[in-house]
Design a protein around this ligand. Structure first.
Ligand code: UDP
Ligand code: MG
Length: 308
């Protein structure tokens, strides 16, 4: 076997860099590859992450660095790493050692059996209950609504054949949900269960707003269900109002009841106003995405590339 590439996005990981590097390096040494490259993508860290990485490059020529001009986000960092890697086999993992690098050898056996994508499925998450529930809920909703099957409880930790990476790289879309795109590519894919460790050191870098963006990207990039939902709402409400209108006309001509009607009018106006705003918001999500795509901006700006 020829070359294995690792893509590791890093953002403010000064406490983890050295430990991550040495554990990854040891794990790689036990694998039957002639060559290896470890690509760290520095997603605009302002701490000592980049200087530490440069120290590592000086002693190990298999390490490469892509450094962004600012923080572009984890999915974009992964995308940049995938663009530049040249391995026959490519692995994506986190720098905080939540994804055990020793697991790569297990993934590799599946790849040898002919699977083009081997992704890790989290059986246990050592995180707080609110976060675990949110994740579990999100993946289940996504699986229901998505136009293609996206496996439950899987993140970006995976091993891919270079064929899959080439297809991922050929996709120009900007708001990337990498684990979804990976499923979209197809070929033979398999998940293997693992226990996700705790973050080795430091704070979580995926803050709540970033997680929400990820969830929205996943949902809206892989499903048109929200749009259909607005049509459905529209149909239900207009049938109801048709019936309501008929009743009103009948009442007027039969003289049974002459309504004062202030409250009911207000309720209807509020209700319809709410539904219309939701519908506009949902359409706005898609329009915003179209706008992002037509602007044709590059997905990220590289400040420095080292050792390529
Ligand atoms: N990360 C990144 N850019 C960001 C946020 C996170 O490159 O804007 C990296 C981070 O350094 C780590 C990985 O993405 O290597 C996962 O982040 P984190 O551990 O904070 O999130 P988790 O997935 O564990 O919730
Ligand atoms: Mg983590």
């Amino acid at each position: 076997m020829e070359l294995i590439s690792l893509v590791i996005p890093v953002f403010f990981e000064e406490e983890n860099i050295k430990a991550c590097y040495s554990r990854v390096k040891t794990a790689l040494q036990s694998l039957p590859f002639q060559k290896q490259e470890i690509i760290f993508v520095d997603d605009g860290s302002k701490d000592r992450t980049l200087p530490l990485l440069k120290e590592i490059v000086n002693i190990d020529s298999s390490v490469k660095i892509i450094s962004f001009s600012r923080n572009f986000g984890h999915q974009t960092a992964v995308t940049a790493g995938l663009k530049r890697c040249r391995g026959d086999v490519v692995v994506i993992l986190d720098a905080d050692l939540q994804d055990p690098p020793e697991f790569i050898s297990t993934m590799l056996t599946k790849w040898r059996e002919g699977y083009k994508v081997v992704y890790a499925v989290r059986t246990k998450r050592k995180e707080n209950i609110a976060k675990r529930l949110a994740y579990a809920g999100f993946y289940r909703i996504l699986q229901r609504l998505s136009d293609i099957p996206i496996p439950l409880d899987t993140g970006d930790f995976c091993l891919m054949d270079k064929v899959v990476v080439q297809h991922l790289n050929s996709m120009p879309e900007r708001n990337r949900f990498v684990r979804g795109l990976r499923s979209w590519v197809g070929f033979r894919q398999v998940g293997i269960p693992y226990e996700r460790d705790r973050r080795r050191a430091g704070e979580v870098k995926y803050t709540l707003p970033k997680l929400i963006k990820l969830a929205i990207d996943g949902l809206f990039s892989f499903s048109q269900f929200p749009l259909r939902l607005t049509t459905l709402f529209g149909l239900i409400v207009s049938s109801l109002s048709f019936v309501g209108g008929l009743i009103a006309v009948v009442l007027k001509y039969t003289d049974i009841y002459t309504p004062r009607g202030w409250t009911s009018t207000l309720v209807i106006v509020f209700f319809l106003g709410g539904i219309q705003l939701i519908a506009i918001g949902i359409i706005g999500e898609y329009v915003g995405r179209i706008y992002d795509e037509v602007k044709q901006r590059p997905q990220y700006v590289v400040e420095e590339e080292i050792n390529f």
